[in-house]
Design a protein around this ligand. Structure first.
Ligand SMILES: Cc1cc2nc3c(=O)[nH]c(=O)nc-3n(C[C@H](O)[C@H](O)[C@H](O)COP(=O)(O)OP(=O)(O)OC[C@H]3O[C@@H](n4cnc5c(N)ncnc54)[C@H](O)[C@@H]3O)c2cc1C
Length: 319
């Protein structure tokens, strides 16, 4: 069993690093465990984070990591495979894939989400370079280009993306692919200047992150220079479920109240693992607020423990 920690942070993306920085500056004993697979790893540039707009995501994380290390933060490169309540105290035991067990007073889960990409040939190879999901992140760079949106697993998001992309380009085509689209929606988008091409998409054509067209199963090709899709977001929340955290009935995502508090005292979560809409700046901001809430929670426990010790050491009869 490794040293008892105040907080084990699982995940070192924007959320995990931001929380680690705030907790280390509050002099907490923190271990950050991360397996090195941040969500935006395939993108060369990150946008919308004031003061860091256009930076390479890996460089952004490296800067954050150096800042945390500068305050004495420790990192373990490992995957967390389990977490349980500790038998010895009211803390937790976190299990790494190396077999190492780490005991801790609190757990902060910042493990992000996984984008479930559609089963279309070429999408994986171009994900993050020519195929995007978020106009706010990459619409500006695609401005004026010939763009397609491929319908899929999250129809509401697809329809919103399609309309939003008209802000950036007057050449936007929606390929509903296997998504049902109501006549009213079709009419609204067409009135908004969107072209709609029916048919099943077989593959993205192009190479080395350079998209030249969409090929349908009948062999016809629609030329384009950039594509947007709406992948199904799957939270990486195995640890939160292992610890018994309650979920939001409608979505099945783990519920948090205030900044990052789950239903299990001492278990916290922030960033994409509980909020699919969080961008890098939002994930970092939520994590900062969560770290401050964790600091208060630990302090309250320390105050209670000190009062109990003082009470126990008083002579009989004195209060
Ligand atoms: C292609 C693409 C481009 C994007 N571009 C932008 C952009 O330009 N601007 C923007 O604001 N947002 C962008 N985003 C969104 C951005 O990626 C997220 O907002 C951000 O990553 C959320 O941060 P996070 O810390 O919650 O999760 P992540 O950054 O995904 O970090 C989660 C971390 O947890 C670790 N982890 C997961 N499970 C475990 C485990 N069991 N044990 C140990 N470690 C674990 C992972 O290795 C990872 O380091 C983009 C997303 C994609 C997919």
């Amino acid at each position: 069993m490794e040293n008892h920690r105040d907080v084990v942070i699982i995940g070192a993306g924007a959320a995990g690093l931001s929380a680690a920085l705030v907790l280390k500056r509050a002099r907490a004993n923190v271990l950050v465990v991360e397996d090195g697979t941040p969500r935006n790893a395939s993108a060369a540039h990150m946008h919308g984070f004031v003061s860091r707009d256009g930076v390479n995501p890996a460089e952004f994380l490296e800067i954050g990591r150096r800042e945390v290390v500068g305050y004495g933060g420790e990192f373990a490169h490992a995957c967390v495979v389990d977490a349980t309540r500790s038998d010895a105290d009211d803390g937790f035991v976190v299990t790494l894939d190396s077999g190492v067990l780490v005991s801790t007073r609190a757990v902060l889960v910042a493990t992000g989400l996984t984008d479930e990409l559609p089963d279309i040939a070429g999408v994986r190879e171009m994900w993050g370079s020519a195929v995007h999901h978020c106009p706010h992140c990459h619409g500006h760079e695609a401005a004026g280009r010939n763009l397609v949106v491929i319908g899929g697993q999250v129809p509401a998001m697809t329809l919103h993306q399609t309309a939003l992309l008209r802000r950036y380009s007057d050449r936007v085509t929606l390929c509903p692919h296997d998504m049902d689209i109501r006549e009213t929606e079709r009419g609204r988008l067409e009135a908004f200047g969107v072209r709609i091409e029916d048919g099943t998409v077989a593959r993205f054509r192009g190479d080395q992150g350079h998209l030249i067209g969409i090929e349908f199963v009948d062999g016809t090709v629609l030329e384009c220079e950039g594509a947007f899709i709406a992948p199904q977001p799957r939270p990486n929340d195995m640890v939160l479920h292992a610890l018994g955290c309650a979920t939001v009935p409608d979505t099945g995502w783990v519920a948090v109240e205030g900044p990052g508090a789950t239903s299990v005292p001492g278990v916290w979560a922030c960033g994409n693992v509980v909020n699919p809409r969080a961008q890098v700046i939002t994930a970092a901001g939520e994590a900062s607020a969560t770290a401050i809430a964790i600091t208060s929670w630990l302090l309250e426990k320390d105050l209670e423990a000190a009062a109990e010790r003082a009470c126990a050491s008083r002579p009989e009869g004195r209060s």
